[in-house]
Design a protein. Sequence first.
Length: 392
Amino acid sequence: MQDITLGPFDDSGFVFDIGALSNFLERLTDTRGAQGKIYPLSRILAWVLLARLCGENTPHRIFEWVRLRQETLVRLFNCKHCRTPCLNTYRTVLSEVVSQEELQAVFNRFLVTQYGGQRSVLVAIDGKTMRGTIPTGACNGLHLLAAYLPEEGVVLAQVAVEAKHNEVVAAPVLLEQVDLKNRVVCGDAMHTQRELSVQIMAAGGDYLWFLKDNQPTTLADVQQFFVAPRVTPGWRQPTLPRQTAEAAQKGHGRIEKRYLTSMVDEDGFLDWPGVQQVFMLEREVTDVCSSQTHYETVYGLTSCSPAKANAEQLLHWTQAYWGIENGLHYRRDVTLGEDRTRTANQRFAEALSILNNFVVSLTQKLQLANLASARRQFDARTSELLARVHDY
């Protein structure tokens, strides 16, 4: 195989070594029989990834991108055969041959080997439905739950949620695949569950949960911490110790101010495993054009002590958590066209989502913040590389 390297990208100096990735992909288990196996599994997946990085989203467009560059790709990868796979080969490999769990693990090993990282503390868990898998007239399609490092842009693990279950059932399975020691798991109110809290702490981690009406008793108890003392003539009730932090940001036509107040549950008032602190998060969002302001108050709890996470740190984490929506799910849905890719094969769709996770993670490691721009850069760099090979 010739030297297959793209980059550097922007001013980062980082490069993407496709040859090294292909070597990593050779570690995948190939369940195909020897008879009729023309194309190595690693080569097929490398071509699919190149096409996706260069802007192609659907299976047919990926096939066409590779076929139009067939002669040069065959030379670049030192192929024994002069043709590239047909469309059905790609579909079969992704739906029947590749182990999704193995594929995610190989991608993570490649990223940490080439670029380091995967050591940040906050782990965000959240799920999304691949709308392209919802049958006509139905309501449910493939739903995936991911564990994501929002401060690095890397997906650590992902599991499919069974049709008759929900994320509460899938979350323990997901977190069993993640090293939680000295990490903080953050999830929305759905994941605020006692058993999951115990599992996280038993694995050496901490939790950071939001509270809503699915835990009405705990929510009411936490709200009591922040009720203003009653004023009685001749009697002064002291204010409980607390920490505060605030932050503001402007973007997308709005100004958002966030205020967090945290308190320690010193007397063990809350009936929740391992809880150390409670917090109240207030959001004030003003639309720049209309000048209308929206207010929201949410409550939460965490097993982190004040020494590990003061109010300022909790405020940062509660904001960073939403990176799984903006940094992962939005990019997969909009830029990578995941919801517009129609398929009835859920195994194929799951493999496609793992490829999308890798594309998002890789561009973050290459310090390319805008994914659409990053794909255009990949397309330009790949065209330069293929032109050099063609002229050689």
